[in-house]
Design a protein around this ligand. Structure first.
Ligand code: NAI
Ligand code: 15L
Length: 281
């Protein structure tokens, strides 16, 4: 019988735990569970630990998402997954295929086999990066990925839908903007997600009842917006505390050149990375 003060989860898995957001979020996640499992590539975990110890009291379980058997073992006994692991920037296809597409398939198959009821998936604004910066879109607007990376995140949203419809695994897909201590430039005034709002967003995504498969924009309460975030925010009860406008005076004049694609499109500079020829072609 759980006590009134028992944390909501027994065993919570965080992938991408050695990454920027994984390290930022881990303390908040630890408060939600009895056991937090931190997972990432073995080399990434070792490098992160060499810089500073990972969260005391957490379990560290290295795993390459491209290894189906290792992912199957990783999800055993897990109550919920916060999936932030994978390639996080635009780049060549093979590593994105291995981590973000095959890796996600491994993750959902493992979730199905181990009856894990919920995943919080770090999707990205690059699923819709080919909308213009003067457009305001909702989650009902069609995807317009801006590269290999955005396309892989669209696959992630698709597999989340499949495993909800067929297998009843719930997912909140967070279309995260730019999660940083402060907005870096003019575009960031629209896309910024503060780190404390990220904590709240992930907590609400884990705890909100009956989410099904839900798309939610991951940004702070910014005055300037590319995205209309309702009804997703309301559905999960997310009430962001920060507004990028606080930083407007510092960054409003940091803009891409007039007439450039990086200034025209929501993708920003990702639109200028690549294209990448396939190996052997
Ligand atoms: P990051 O690159 O710092 O962390 C990603 C982690 O995934 C790394 O530690 C990396 O070692 C790990 N990883 C890569 N390939 C892997 C594999 N094959 N197996 C296991 N782990 C692997 O990225 P960051 O900024 O912490 O982002 C975390 C997540 O949030 C990513 O999925 C990213 O796409 C997403 N996101 C982040 C945004 C941001 O503003 N930082 C914006 C939108 C989405
Ligand atoms: C992302 O999806 C990336 O993971 C992150 O590194 C940022 O570049 C962010 O989008 C952004 O668009 O600012």
């Amino acid at each position: 019988m759980p006590t009134p003060h028992a944390p909501p989860f027994q065993r919570l898995l965080l992938t991408g735990a050695a990454g920027t957001l994984g390290r930022a979020m881990a303390p908040a996640l630890q408060r939600l569970c009895r056991e937090l499992v931190l997972s990432d590539l073995p080399g990434a975990l070792a490098a992160a630990q060499a810089r500073e110890p990972l969260l005391p009291g957490a379990t560290v379980q290295p795993c390459d998402l491209a290894d189906a058997a290792a992912v199957m073992a990783l999800l055993a006994g897990v109550d919920a997954v916060v999936h932030f692991g994978g390639v996080s920037v635009e780049g060549p296809w093979p590593p994105i295929l291995a981590a973000n597409i095959e890796g996600l398939h491994h993750l959902y198959e493992a979730a199905r086999r181990h009856a894990v009821p919920r995943v919080v998936f770090a999707s990205s604004n690059h699923v819709t990066g080919c909308y213009r910066q003067d457009e305001v879109i909702t989650t009902d607007d069609a995807p317009r990925p801006d590269g290999n990376y955005g396309l892989s995140k669209l696959f992630g949203e698709g597999i989340a839908s499949l495993y909800w419809q067929r297998h009843g695994i719930e997912t909140v897909c967070l279309r995260i903007g730019s999660a940083l201590p402060a907005p870096p430039d003019h575009r960031g005034l629209h896309t910024w997600l503060s780190l404390r709002d990220l904590d709240q967003l992930v907590e609400r995504s884990l705890l909100a009842p009956e989410v099904g498969c839900l798309l939610v924009f991951g940004m702070s309460n910014n005055t300037r917006r590319f995205w209309n975030p309702q009804p997703g925010w309301q559905r999960i009860g997310y009430q962001p505390q920060d507004d990028s406008e606080t930083f407007a005076a510092q960054v409003a004049d940091k803009r891409q050149p007039e007439g450039s694609r990086a200034r025209l499109l929501q993708a920003g500079v990702f639109i200028d990375i690549g294209p990448f020829d396939l190996p052997g072609t």
